[in-house]
Design a protein around this ligand. Structure first.
Ligand SMILES: [Zn+2]
Length: 261
């Protein structure tokens, strides 16, 4: 009996979950009736992004999102280029100043002790994130911003730190305020162009929005080859009736406006 009840409960929960997913996905109408919104993001302010990603995005007339770690050297050495890509319509997003991550997680021996989120207070990370917004303002003059938590980590020594930052941002990756269907994140590295395209095709039927988080393009860390990246961008550019590809802030601002109606 208990078993039957349990399985009934599971069925009801499963049904509710399915319905809510379907409702969310079908409720939104993307520009030009596209089936899926796609955002191409690039984290950490890397040289290879300016060298190998930007020329391809500009060639195919697609706007991406660059989440700058502001202490990275390129922010000083190539400041004018970052400023220029913002003028060209790409997004400069907040990825903190010093990229703090949880050192206690597996595979995180590379995290310096003084940038260990596990021993950082919420107050300290809030100050860092808000200061990063101020620095970004000095680069591109924008007051609206989105945020990608470094390493996807959202917990400090005092618990969840991003909830208190919701009003500072249009959206926060992994924690956006509009629902799970807009929170799908894929972090590829070492994959082919065909694999990147297959991922997009697979997401199309599910609808909503998907964000690619790239790091190095044809160099640097966690990289995807320049050619694989180019194939994905070319595919998205030639299938605009199916995919609305734009910056994360444009997609999430659209969701916010749509939800108000
Ligand atoms: Zn990062």
């Amino acid at each position: 009996m208990i078993l039957i009840l349990k399985s009934k409960m599971a069925f009801v929960l499963f049904s509710l979950f399915s319905i809510s997913l379907t409702t969310n996905a079908s409720e939104i109408i993307w520009p030009n009736n596209a089936k899926l919104a796609v955002n191409l993001s690039y984290d950490d302010a890397l040289n290879s992004q300016l060298d190998n990603a930007i020329p391809v995005l500009n060639k195919y007339n697609i706007h991406g999102s660059f989440f700058l770690t502001l202490s990275n050297s390129t922010v000083q050495t190539r400041l004018e280029e970052w400023r220029q890509i913002a003028k060209d319509g790409h997004e400069l997003g907040n990825h903190t100043i010093f990229h703090p991550c949880r050192k206690n997680e597996e595979g995180r021996s590379w995290v310096p002790e003084h940038r260990n989120l596990d021993t950082t207070s919420n107050q300290a990370i809030w100050e860092e994130v808000r200061m990063a917004n101020a620095i970004l303002f000095s680069i591109d003059g924008k007051t609206k911003r989105t945020y990608t938590p470094p390493c996807g980590d959202i917990v400090t020594d005092n618990g969840n730190y991003v909830e208190a930052l919701q009003d500072d941002f249009v959206a926060i990756k992994w924690q956006n305020k509009y629902g799970k269907i807009y929170d799908k994140v894929y972090m590829p590295h070492g994959v082919s162009g065909q694999q990147l395209i297959e991922y997009v095709k697979g997401q199309q039927a599910k609808g909503g929005a998907v964000t690619f988080i790239f790091h190095g393009i044809g160099g640097d860390h966690l990289s995807v080859s320049t050619e694989a990246h180019r194939q994905l961008v070319a595919y998205l550019a030639s299938h605009k009736e199916q995919y609305w590809t734009d910056s994360y802030i444009n997609i999430m601002s659209y969701v916010a406006e749509f939800n108000k109606k």
